[in-house]
Design a protein around this ligand. Structure first.
Ligand SMILES: Cc1cc2nc3c(=O)[nH]c(=O)nc-3n(C[C@H](O)[C@H](O)[C@H](O)COP(=O)(O)OP(=O)(O)OC[C@H]3O[C@@H](n4cnc5c(N)ncnc54)[C@H](O)[C@@H]3O)c2cc1C
Length: 394
């Protein structure tokens, strides 16, 4: 699928907006306890994005989603600043949640829950992961211990969740639970809920290595949450299938946004090593330094190519499970290398919060775990290799 001229122009508009209007906000002191911009600051930046015509740029005026290849060139630009993705409303988890509701939600659910997200008026949370000490859903989502059972025209949900990004302050929640109902026994269900809700209690918000996502990553108790049956997303028992619909594009869009952050980190590091002198010459002229940035240049290009390839596969209508696993591993590991080298060549300045370089290093580290840890993707790829071998040798 080709990329339209209009999408190329939108990417350029997003880049100009982020560079000219949003990067200056990186030093704004308005932060939540997690270090992310406050909701007030996000709304202020979104007003600017609205005025510049770059709010929610991955969704077209008629409500349809752009192709993944078009989304890629735009989201990379919105990621040039960790604040850029928040300003443009392309950030996680909202972007992935919008995609899921847009693909699975009924017209009524879209009106109630999706419109406010597309318009950038509120935030959302995706409640899937559960505490490791209770042997809940983690790398293996089938271990889900949160349950739902039918009670008349309602479903009743009980369980515990953790690492729920943005739960604090979110207005929309997508809750995942395993069914105890005879018709869908053992399958997962997804529900859309208004937040906050007294039956969904945030018990703790831990400090984490990353700090770009408002509301951080909450631990939650769900006690006798009653949800009207018509707030189920899709069909009972098909929740794991819908999780896959969300996960492939969502992990790809993380690749897009954080690649933008690493491209900018490389620009900052490049500027530093060209200005800074050591041992009688510019740092860039020391081979050890120049090689690090050269390796980054190669990694960045490889990330762009992998993202574009995987986006092209998703654009054919394929779930792209294998391709998105390969891309997520390749890109997240490359971003870690890029961010680490940017920190290194900048010396002490690299570990300070004077630039976004140290923040990108921390974000890249966390990204190697969420949306499937590297080892889990490699493990599922190894299973495919074995399957294919068995098939070929049957
Ligand atoms: C910053 C951040 C944001 C998050 N946001 C959300 C969110 O909004 N909503 C949500 O539901 N969840 C969220 N998560 C949770 C995330 O999806 C899980 O952390 C992830 O799936 C891993 O689960 P776990 O932490 O329970 O690790 P575990 O399941 O305990 O796994 C630990 C480690 O074991 C290894 N491992 C596991 N299985 C295998 C295997 N088959 N082969 C080899 N190695 C393996 C991996 O190295 C893995 O990292 C977030 C996590 C983070 C860090």
């Amino acid at each position: 699928m080709t990329i339209s001229t209009e999408a190329v122009e939108m990417a350029a508009k997003v880049e100009a907006f982020v560079r000219e209007q949003i990067i200056p906000y990186e030093s704004d002191p308005r932060r939540d306890h997690h270090g992310a911009p406050t909701d007030e600051l996000v709304q202020e930046m979104r007003e600017l994005a609205r005025a510049a015509g770059v709010l929610t740029p991955h969704i077209k005026a008629d409500g349809s989603h752009r192709t993944q290849r078009e989304t890629a060139i735009i989201l990379i630009k919105s990621g040039l600043s960790p604040f850029g993705m928040l300003a443009c409303n392309t950030n996680a988890p909202d972007e992935g949640n919008m995609y899921l509701i847009g693909h699975v939600g009924s017209p009524d659910l879209k009106r109630r829950f999706l419109d406010q997200l597309v318009e950038g008026r509120s935030r959302s949370a995706f409640l899937m992961t559960e505490p490791a000490d209770l042997q809940g859903a983690g790398a293996d989502p089938s271990m889900m211990i949160t349950t739902c059972r039918k009670d008349g025209n309602h479903w009743v949900v009980n369980g515990k969740k953790c690492f729920i990004t943005g739960a604090e302050g979110a207005k929309v929640g997508i809750v995942m639970a395993k069914s105890e109902d005879a018709d869908s026994l053992g399958g997962a269900c997804m529900f859309l809920v208004d937040l906050p809700d007294p039956a969904i209690r945030i018990t703790h918000v831990p400090n984490t290595i990353d700090n770009s996502m408002p509301g951080s990553h909450a631990e939650i108790d769900i006690v006798d949450l009653r949800i009207p049956a018509d707030q189920m997303l899709g069909n009972a028992g098909e929740g794991f299938k819908y999780a896959q619909i969300r996960l492939s594009p969502a992990r790809l869009s993380h690749c897009m946004r954080w690649l933008g952050g690493c491209i900018r980190s490389q620009e900052i590091a490049t500027d530093y090593v060209n200005r800074r002198m050591a041992f009688g010459k510019q740092l860039i002229d020391h081979e050890g330094v120049g090689f690090m940035l050269a390796e980054n240049m190669i990694d960045i290009k490889q990330c762009e190519l992998m993202i574009d390839w995987c986006a092209g596969v998703l654009d054919t209508g394929s779930l792209g499970t294998v391709e998105s696993s390969m891309t997520k591993v390749a890109v997240s590991e490359a971003l870690m290398r890029i961010a680490d080298k940017c920190v290194q060549v900048m010396g002490g300045t690299g570990v300070t919060d004077k630039t976004i370089v140290e923040r990108m290093f921390r974000e890249a580290r966390a990204f190697r775990i969420y949306d499937g840890p590297t080892e889990v993707h490699k493990w599922s790829l190894a299973k495919k290799i074995k399957r294919d071998w068995k098939h070929a040798n049957a």
